[in-house]
Write a protein that binds this ligand. Structure first.
Ligand SMILES: C[S@@+](CC[C@H](N)C(=O)[O-])C[C@H]1O[C@@H](n2cnc3c(N)ncnc32)[C@H](O)[C@@H]1O
Length: 272
């Protein structure tokens, strides 16, 4: 596995080359907010060498924020949600929607937000999404993106407006929530056997938290759910075998081996 960068990594923030005054202003503002040094792009290479910088943030002239790490770039883009919506409109089916069974009044808690690709898609079908992402670096890129992204597709702009994201560990966040605080609770931890090939998650891998979930966490997720808890995994991973939870529905996508394991709570069974 690639090196995992922790919160105490040596980082800085800069702009792209030939930056506008506005980009410099935003980079300096974020430097203050994040508590990391700002450096003029022209002096970047010597700074990286002198100070053993692990990776750096860049504000470009469109005021988008990204992380450069070697040759790869972590940036926010809801591209996959767009493709997914097109597929859903064409095929009238989506495994995640089959699992969560959304309704317009629902509030979803997405415990493991990542790039928010699932969240943006789900948000279109519900009232609100509350998300947690424990990695500060992923959180910064995604929350900046959620605030600034302007899509040509109105459904994406509307979906993004329904999302509240917090930089917090789900365990800590859950412990502060009252019972049945959310209609649906969704949890998508990092896979044990990642699909590296053309995975849109590749850029988050160096920053992500790889902790798995156990029975205790599932119990805690169940406490704050009103209708259901959905856990995403891979057919070839052993996560579901390790849990003693009894799942009501297992939805498997044979195309990519994705599994959505669902626990439907009584309230929802009664509603039907
Ligand atoms: C597989 S990714 C989620 C992908 C996401 N569903 C999407 O559509 O982009 C898992 C994410 O959960 C985060 N994560 C892992 N453990 C967490 C925890 N205890 N609390 C909050 N986030 C966590 C990881 O850092 C990673 O970004």
């Amino acid at each position: 596995m690639k090196k995992i960068f922790q919160e105490d990594s040596k980082v800085l923030i800069t702009t792209s080359h030939n930056s506008t005054e506005k980009a410099v202003q935003v980079a300096k503002k974020l430097s203050f907010e994040y508590g990391i040094p700002y450096y003029n792009r022209r002096h970047l290479n010597e700074k990286i060498r002198e100070e053993n910088i692990d990776f750096y943030y860049v504000v470009d002239n469109n005021l988008n924020l990204s992380i450069r790490i070697g040759n790869s770039r972590l940036f926010f883009h809801p591209g996959i949600s767009k493709i997914r919506m097109e597929n859903f409109k064409r095929e009238g089916k989506d495994y995640l929607l089959d699992a969560i069974r959304p309704s317009q009044e629902d509030i979803i808690y997405d415990a493991t937000f990542g790039l928010g690709m699932d969240a943006i898609f789900m948000a279109h079908f519900v009232k609100k999404i509350v998300g947690t992402e424990v990695s500060t670096h992923i959180y910064r890129i995604v929350s900046h993106g959620l605030k600034n992204y302007d899509s040509k597709e109105e459904w994406i702009n509307n979906a993004i407006k329904k999302i509240d994201l917090y930089n917090e560990d789900m365990k800590k966040f859950i412990s502060k929530q009252p019972a049945k605080a959310f209609d649906i609770v969704y949890c998508d931890p990092m896979f044990e056997n990642p699909i590296y090939k053309s995975s849109s998650l590749n850029p988050i891998r160096p920053f992500a938290n790889y902790d798995s979930i156990d029975d205790d966490i599932v119990e805690k997720l169940l406490r704050i759910a009103r209708k259901r808890v959905v856990i995403k995994s891979l057919e070839k991973d052993r996560l579901l075998d390790k849990l003693s939870t009894k799942f009501d529905r297992i939805i498997l996508s044979r195309k990519n081996g994705l599994i959505f394991a669902c626990i439907d709570l009584d309230v929802d069974k009664e509603d039907k």
